[in-house]
Design a protein around this ligand. Sequence first.
Ligand SMILES: O=C(O)c1cccc(C(=O)CC[C@H]2O[C@@H](n3cnc4c(=O)[nH]cnc43)[C@H](O)[C@@H]2O)c1
Length: 223
Amino acid sequence: MVLQAEEGRLTTPAVRVLVATAVPAERDAVARAFTGDVLAVGVGPARAAAGTATALARAPYDLVVSAGIGGGFAPHAPVGSLVVADEITAADLGAETPEGFLPVTELGFGTVTHRPPRSLVRALAEATGARTGAVLTVSTVTGTAARATALRERHPTALAEAMEGFGVAEAAALHGVPVLEIRAVSNPVGPRDRAAWRIGEALAALTEGFGKLTPVLESWKSA
Ligand SMILES: O=C(O)c1cccc(C(=O)CC[C@H]2O[C@@H](n3cnc4c(=O)[nH]cnc43)[C@H](O)[C@@H]2O)c1
């Protein structure tokens, strides 16, 4: 490991973190509390993968974080709560069959799940008070109770859904970089009621969570 001279002392270099959000409002909420690189890469897994892969090709990073607001599965992840993913799963990448949904892995292709470093997830949850569980990546925001129930039945540990985590994780995996996903819950997963989304509350929770992140990342890097 290269050592840096800082005020006459030798220190280990800071952990290099890339945070990828979907939209600028999420980027700004993270950047209010966090000094690493924060990029708004766009909405959906494809834009998120492309934007993250481009950033990773330009500079070296130790960790990539997919972050933003998300839908929470009630009652496990209420509005305003923070979720750190112990599993980032593409929930609609596969095939429908008369017998039900088949993930691409059961069709013989690719992957549908990425797992963030367990010790880091645990440490972050302790530091921030976040809940830990699966965060699902969907290309279509869930808009019915039936779909919410089907997703929880298929993914019993799911706490939240969002639209970018799996894309960010695929890009990170291609570059051999560990990944995290952190979501602040703005709305329940279920019947669509966009007017009821508590975006301000969720963005404030995101800022507060990232304010507690840096010491955890520093001790993880040096561990
Ligand atoms: O209108 C605004 O001011 C505003 C500010 C910040 C973010 C937004 C978004 O619309 C972000 C879209 C982003 O949010 C994720 N998301 C949020 N809730 C859900 C959900 O229930 N299911 C899936 N995704 C959700 C998602 O990652 C979107 O990319 C607006």
